[in-house]
Design a protein around this ligand. Structure first.
Ligand code: ADP
Length: 600
């Protein structure tokens, strides 16, 4: 599906075209800004080329109307749908929404909550309706990801009448926080559901988000994008008492104060520039105002990270993104340097040499740091494209039977393991073919040994792999006396060590995991079932009185895979099914699609 993404601000327009399928590729990217005297600056990236310059487009509407020609010049004509970034979805819009007139009117009614942003977003919707009347228009809300924040974090302690009028915290930058959380979980090799993350988005606007088990638990922006961190021109947290003080002392009106908090505050007020690069340069040359601005900026951010670690009761990783988070090693260092007490330690060389091309997400914590630190480029437009495609995907007809196979404990062995266990040059004997093409169970068996006990006659599955991986159930882990983490196949970093014993000797290796449940499928079946690679689905298994819904089951699409769900023996026992069974996708799946890592 080809999705045009429009991210329309009050003074700039960002455009992306994405091919969304099992992977997502950005095929066109453009930005238009500095509209003045009938023209604007633009940048277009397409087909490996970048073009920049001035163009005779006097305002954003003109830039939008010119897009079909610009896209055609870049050989992009077959757009299927348009995804719009909409900043404020209020109480009403908790999910991505296919737009119609009543919904557009409802978004318009939210203008008082985001007076600068929503009208600009809606302008793009209106012009897009005119330019592409037959295409579906979809709104992806910055606030939607924060729909999971509990009332204790969304409620201001103010009079009830004010709260009844709609005063509450919402949070923004949702697409960015969601994308980087998914990307970080993928990088760490641990499912989002097992992670406590703090996402730190530092751009011109800036916010921090506590993401607990994949859900936003709190975020620093509130009813408007004014609360929280120090930003380019926005103040972030202030004492609301300043309204009375400034009115009495300086005679300022509410509008004047609000305007100054949005546009004349933050770095601009503290250091005379809203651009962190110039603030950092001037601080390095000894400018005391710039130095203080940087100290305030880092201190406020660090405070939020600590607060959110406390809010979640733990912290596995801090993720830096946004222009400053991605590009300023010194700001990352200033923010992290006070967090050693929580077990967070940076590796200064890694921090200094971060490379982010191709959606890389390097880890920059020091060896032994309890908390990981990850840097990655945000990809809000990519996330909007994926959400748009998902909102338009036809719901899979239900029920969709999916064969379920129960995987007993088994090992995949590497060459060094085979030689240590069976002798030099030994080749395993394929005995029983498995349903996945090219895979078999070997005639040979091995023993696993842990501090508590042994598991005998453990199956070996071939062919051999580059890395040894041993998959056991949680119960097996108790028999061995080793606590194996739940992991997707191949994500073996930091997994515990176990002893393998064969006829020729023993082999100590890491790679002991409890396999995360998953569904293998192929592109044709995936299309039929409405599945996308990396998506997490819920599956109902077992029709006896002990039938269960297994949540967060990972979809893995392979060219020749046979569609089959794999669960382990503990899961099968819990649902009271034997070696094989059948499951069905639970409708209304709330998928989290893992984006691909293809170059832009
Ligand atoms: P927006 O929120 O408008 O998308 P960005 O995410 O592009 O903004 O972030 C812009 C900020 O990133 C600016 O303050 C800019 O100075 C800062 N920035 C970009 N590159 C660097 C760098 N190398 N060092 C420090 N700050 C940088």
């Amino acid at each position: 599906m080809k999705i045009l993404v429009l991210n329309c601000g009050s003074s700039s327009l960002k455009v992306g075209v994405f091919d969304v399928g099992q992977t997502t590729t950005e095929v066109f990217k453009a930005s238009y800004e500095r509209f003045e005297a009938g023209s604007c600056s633009y940048t277009i990236r397409s087909g490996g080329k970048t073009e920049t310059g001035k163009i005779a487009l006097g305002d954003i509407a003109a830039a939008l109307r010119a897009l079909p020609h610009i896209l055609a010049d870049n050989r992009i004509t077959d757009i299927d749908a348009i995804g719009h970034r909409v900043v404020h979805g209020g109480e009403r819009f908790r999910t991505t929404t296919v737009l119609d007139e009543p919904k557009i009117a409802a978004i318009e009614a939210l203008t008082p909550l985001a007076p600068l942003h929503n009208p600009a977003n809606l302008l793009a919707v209106r012009v897009a309706q005119e330019v592409w009347p037959s295409l579906p228009q979809v709104a992806v809300f910055d606030t939607a990801f924060h729909g999971t924040i509990p009332p204790r974090a969304t409620t201001y302690a103010v009079p009830k009448a004010w709260r009844d009028a709609g005063l509450r915290r919402f949070g923004f930058h949702g697409s960015s926080h969601k994308y980087v959380a998914i990307r970080a979980a993928e990088e760490i090799g641990v499912p989002l559901r097992d992670l406590h993350l703090v996402s730190v988005h530092l751009g011109n606007g800036a916010s921090v988000c506590a993401i607990s088990r994949g859900e936003s638990l709190d975020t620093s922006m509130g009813m408007t994008p004014l609360e929280g961190l120090v930003m380019g021109t926005r103040s972030g947290d202030v004492d609301p008492g300043l309204f009375g003080f400034l009115s009495r002392q300086l005679g300022l009106s509410i509008d004047q104060i609000e305007d100054a908090l949005y546009s004349d505050s933050g770095l601009l007020a503290l250091a005379n520039s809203s651009d962190m690069r110039s603030v950092e340069d001037r601080a390095a040359k000894g400018d005391a105002d710039a130095q203080l601005a940087i100290e305030i900026y880092a201190y406020r951010t660090r405070k939020y990270i600590g607060a959110y670690a406390a809010a979640m009761g733990g912290l596995d990783a801090v993720i830096f993104t946004g222009g400053i988070g991605e590009n300023s090693p010194s700001m990352r260092r200033r923010i992290c340097d006070g967090l050693e007490f929580m077990g967070l330690r940076l590796d200064h060389d890694r921090n200094q040499s971060v490379e982010l091309a191709n959606h890389a997400a390097p880890q920059i914590q020091a060896y032994g740091s309890k908390v990981r630190v990850i840097v990655t480029e945000t990809a809000e437009q990519l996330m909007i494209a994926r959400e748009t495609a998902a909102a338009l995907a036809p719901m899979a007809p239900v029920p969709q039977p999916i064969p379920v196979a129960v995987s007993a404990r088994h090992a995949h062995l590497s060459r060094p393991a085979i030689e240590a266990l069976f002798g030099a040059g030994y080749q395993l004997t394929p005995a029983v073919p498995l349903r996945q093409p090219g895979q078999w169970a070997a005639a040979e068996r091995i023993t696993l040994e842990g501090p508590k006990g042994r598991l005998e006659r453990v199956a070996i599955l071939g062919p051999e792999r580059s890395r040894t991986q041993i998959e056991i159930s949680r119960t097996d882990g108790f028999e061995l006396g080793i606590d194996a983490p739940v992991r997707d196949s191949g994500k073996l970093e930091g997994t515990p060590t176990v002893r393998l014993i064969g006829p020729a000797g023993s082999f100590d290796t890491d790679g002991l995991i409890v396999a995360a449940r998953h569904i293998h499928t192929n592109p044709a079946d995936a299309r039929r079932l409405g599945l996308v690679d990396g998506m997490l689905v819920d599956v109902h298994i077992g029709d006896q009185e002990r039938g269960l819904v297994f949540g967060k089951t990972l979809i893995r699409i392979g060219a020749n895979a046979v569609t089959e769900m794999h669960i382990d023996t503990d899961e099968a026992n819990a649902a009271d099914i034997r070696a094989n069974g059948e499951g069905s996708l639970v409708p209304d799946l709330r998928a989290i699609a893992v984006p691909n890592k293809e170059p832009l």
